[in-house]
Design a protein around this ligand. Structure first.
Ligand SMILES: *Cc1c(COP(=O)(O)O)cnc(C)c1O
Length: 235
């Protein structure tokens, strides 16, 4: 049952914070509801959950429209430039997955049209995997310098999807993410906050919290397995 699963994960998040000597409020638990029915989201809302993550623009927009309330919707999937117009100006709370100058420029353009600002994270491909989005860690600074010049794109930090399965290897990746975040924060760029570190999923969120995650994104452990053939990471 989704509420019971959530409570268990919440308890593990709290315990991980405690072990890491961090206040519980420093870490946001995002319930990744992608491919899952709205019914389950409403059940979680019933116990006070507000942060939900989706990885398809169309699914996110439908759920945002159908589900009333003060949820904080996180967009965590690969974002194509031609879909930016559906997200900018919507109630989406944070776009986790900006990984190119062209995408950032498109967001800026739409944000100007709609007279809004858009909080985003810069996605880093920390494992160097060819199949995943994100910029290489070595390219992050150059992209951030460019993005800092866009007045309506507000960079709040970094996000990564670590390679699946290997928790101890991912500890090293998470540590590098934190070092990168701290180094970029020290640049003190205008309009750039560099506070958030979105990292850690079902298999490794406790390690991520220990290494400094401020946002963990948990799907399977809360909602159960996604059906085979369902869109997983990004098309
Ligand atoms: C699906 C997804 C998650 C959640 O993964 P689980 O292993 O099911 O917890 C987290 N982040 C992103 C970007 C995802 O696409």
């Amino acid at each position: 049952m989704v509420q019971e699963n959530y409570r268990q994960i919440e308890a593990r998040v709290a315990a991980a914070c405690e072990r890491a000597g961090r206040p519980r409020e420093e870490v946001t638990l995002v319930a990744v509801s992608k491919t899952k029915p709205e019914e389950k989201i409403r059940q979680l809302m019933g116990i006070g959950v507000r942060d939900f993550g989706e990885n398809k623009v169309q699914d996110l927009c439908r759920k945002m429209e159908d589900i009333a309330g003060d949820n904080r919707w996180h967009f965590i999937g690969g974002l194509q430039r031609n879909k930016v117009k559906y997200l900018v100006g919507s109630p989406v709370y944070l776009i986790h997955s900006v990984d190119s100058w062209k995408l950032a420029q498109e967001i800026e353009k739409e944000a100007q049209k709609k007279d809004v600002t858009v909080p985003v994270l810069l996605e880093i491909n920390i494992g160097g995997e060819a199949t995943k989005g994100g910029v290489a860690p070595e390219e992050a600074e150059a992209l951030l310098l460019q993005m800092a010049r866009l007045p309506r794109v507000r960079v709040k930090g970094l996000m990564t999807i670590a390679p699946p399965g290997k928790e101890e290897q991912n500890r090293a990746y998470f540590r590098r993410m934190r070092q990168l975040r701290d180094r970029l924060a020290a640049l003190h760029l205008p309009g750039v906050e560099m506070k958030e570190l979105s990292m850690g999923m079902t298999d490794d969120f406790e390690t991520a919290i220990f290494e400094g995650a401020t946002i963990v994104r948990v799907g399977t452990a809360i909602f159960g397995e996604r059906r085979p053939g369902e869109p997983e990471w990004r098309a």
